[in-house]
Design a protein around this ligand. Structure first.
Ligand SMILES: NC(=O)c1ccc[n+]([C@@H]2O[C@H](COP(=O)([O-])OP(=O)(O)OC[C@H]3O[C@@H](n4cnc5c(N)ncnc54)[C@H](OP(=O)(O)O)[C@@H]3O)[C@@H](O)[C@H]2O)c1
Length: 257
């Protein structure tokens, strides 16, 4: 739907939007919603899809100057298990000295949970806040799809392990709505987190998954020693004060099974 006050295809106020990671879980939904709102959208991908994407690789830098040229807003969602800091720094260098609005999606608790992937996200946040670019940083809790994948990956086991802490999974459609609003609103620096509607034990999420998948398995609690596990147990990845997502885990599962 085109937001009130805007005309499909005529929102010159908004200009061109480049979405890195626009082929990913969140990115696909963001691109659809941006187009529905009347934006001109280009998708950066390592593989070209005719008419929709520009080829570029943030790991090597190939195609990046061409991809960012003329973009008024860049929604940076590309991610990989390794190399996110180099990718972010390459993106910033390619953009400057122009100053488009850079929107970055980070994760709730990245600066409190000692995981290498999270340390890289924290460093990306720092690079962006010190880049001189106008920016918006949106942190989100874990996506429903990630939590589902964790349980689904155990489908060949006779039982399901569920870590002994809570999750607050959020739907990518809710996160995408927030990002589309940031595109229209312009740079806001670090904005309030977005979390899913419910903080729930991993055990209860595992049971919801099993029910949706029509599988009978015993759910077994998993507790591990170490700082990573204890920060998750302490809820560093949760944002109950921003339980703004509307789509529950069961709603999401209903679209998958
Ligand atoms: N998953 C979660 O639970 C969660 C929670 C909170 C925040 N986030 C954040 O939300 C963002 C999107 O996550 P997601 O789960 O939607 O990602 P995803 O599905 O894993 O997609 C990754 C995307 O990155 C692109 N990419 C990877 N390496 C690239 C490279 N070298 N050059 C250019 N593009 C590259 C891929 O595009 P091609 O393969 O087409 O090149 C793909 O579109 C990430 O910043 C993530 O940290 C995720």
């Amino acid at each position: 739907m085109v937001p009130p006050g805007l005309v499909k295809g005529e929102n010159h106020l908004m200009g061109d939007v480049l979405v890195t990671g626009g082929t990913g879980n969140l990115g696909r939904v963001v691109c659809d919603k941006l187009r529905e709102a009347g934006h001109e959208v280009r998708v950066l991908s390592r593989r070209v899809r005719p008419g929709q994407s520009v080829r570029g690789d943030l790991r090597t830098g190939e195609g990046i100057p061409e991809a960012v040229a003329g973009a008024d807003t860049i929604v940076h969602l590309a991610t990989a298990p390794r190399g996110d800091v180099e990718a972010c720094s390459r993106l910033i260098a390619a953009v400057l000295p122009r100053t488009p609005h850079l929107i970055f999606t980070s994760i709730v608790g990245v600066d409190r949970i000692p995981l290498a992937y999270y340390a890289a996200k924290t460093e990306c946040e720092r690079l962006i806040t010190t880049s001189g670019l106008p920016y918006t940083i949106q942190r989100a809790t874990q996506f429903h799809s990630l939590v589902m994948r964790f349980f689904h990956s155990q489908r060949r086991l006779p039982l399901v392990f569920a870590p002994g802490f809570d999750f607050q999974p959020v739907d990518v459609r809710d996160v995408a709505d927030r990002l589309v609003a940031h595109v229209a609103a312009g740079p806001r620096e670090r904005v309030p987190d977005i979390g899913g509607p419910e903080v729930r034990s991993a055990r209860s999420l595992a049971q919801a998954y099993l029910e949706a998948a029509r599988r009978r398995r015993r759910v077994v609690g998993l507790n591990l020693p170490g700082r990573v596990f204890s920060t998750f147990r302490g809820g560093a990845h949760l944002s109950p004060e921003h339980a703004d997502g509307g789509v529950t885990f069961e709603d999401f599962l209903a679209t998958r099974f």
